[in-house]
Design a protein around this ligand. Structure first.
Ligand SMILES: [Ca+2]
Ligand SMILES: [Ca+2]
Ligand SMILES: [Ca+2]
Length: 308
């Protein structure tokens, strides 16, 4: 019998061990890759949609702003939606901090009225995070995984600005690829990087200068009008002037200030109906000035045509 040399035996064993170690290491490193499986939940025809109406949308303290919408449906099977992950960033390096944001939440279209309504399209229970981390994934997890049927369902990512945020800080909301995870840890979602942003504005407009306004009185039968005096400014272009009755709550009319000096088309204050009115300026974020009274409209005289 021909003996296998001791040296040859050791050499063979060493080679076999190397192969086993190699297979083990290869298997170890390939294991995580096996996890990336598409969910049976799919997007309803298109990638997520940015909802901000312009490149920069101003928002006041406490504002509730839908930034992004996405649509899901069940292609087959019965997977439920376990979570959605978003990233809130500071696109201007404005100094955004998590306490500028009260919450980020997942809301669901109620189908009562199309598009987003704050009082109708409510938060999916549990899927809200207060003072969310900036610049890292934030996961919104419904208390009960969402059942997704064959019919499309629309969801909204909604930011609520804090009660006392810092004016001038900006934020943007992005969805990464595979932003949705189902109950089997399979993924769904097309990447949707933010191209628009929200900028916090907590500063109200300066109070209107009453002496820059005038009331044009007309004979009964024709309405009296309020306007800005020629050559003077009613406030900042882009702000809205609101004309209230003397009670400060009955809105008679409003207009956006435009041009230079900033003016607006004359607004009716009724036919001998308001001896005085109150003016208020509102900026695009919704911050309001104090109300300033303008008086001197003669509502008694039957033939008044003087100009106050
Ligand atoms: Ca709606
Ligand atoms: Ca402002
Ligand atoms: Ca009149």
């Amino acid at each position: 019998m021909k003996a296998i040399s001791k040296r040859s035996f050791i050499k063979t064993m060493f080679s076999s061990t190397l192969v086993i170690v190699f297979l083990f290491v290869a298997g170890f490193f390939s294991t995580p890759v096996a996890h990336a499986v598409a969910s049976t939940i799919e997007e309803g025809g298109s990638a997520p949609e940015e909802l901000l109406s312009s490149a920069t949308v101003p928002a006041k303290a406490g504002a509730v702003i839908p930034t992004t919408a996405f649509i899901l449906r069940q292609s087959s099977g019965s997977a439920t939606l376990k979570s959605i992950t978003v990233v809130i960033s500071d696109p201007n390096a404005s100094g955004l901090v998590n306490t500028d944001i009260a919450s980020v939440s997942l809301r669901k279209e109620s189908l009562t009225t199309s598009n987003f309504q704050v009082a109708e399209d409510l938060v999916v229970a549990g899927a809200s995070v207060n003072t969310p981390t900036i610049g890292e994934p934030v996961t919104l997890t419904p208390t009960t995984p969402e059942a997704i049927g064959a019919d499309i369902v629309k969801y909204y990512i909604v930011i609520t600005i804090a009660a006392s945020p810092t004016s001038g800080h900006s934020l943007a909301v992005s969805l990464g690829a595979n932003y949705g995870i189902d109950n089997g840890d399979n993924t769904v979602g097309t990447e949707s990087p933010a191209t628009k942003k929200v900028t916090i504005d907590t500063a109200p407009p300066s109070n209107p200068t009453g002496s820059n306004y005038r009331i044009s009185q007309n004979n009964p039968g024709a309405v009296d009008l309020i306007m800005v005096k020629p050559g003077l400014s009613g406030g900042t272009a882009g702000d809205t002037v609101k004309i209230y009755a003397a009670n400060g709550t009955t809105l008679l009319g409003s207009a956006v200030l435009g041009g230079s000096p900033a003016q607006f088309d004359p607004i009716s204050i009724g036919d001998n109906a308001n001896a005085s009115v109150k003016l208020e300026l509102v900026d695009p974020a919704g911050n309001a000035s104090e109300q300033v009274a303008i008086s001197g409209n003669d509502i008694v005289a039957s033939n008044a045509y003087a100009t106050a």
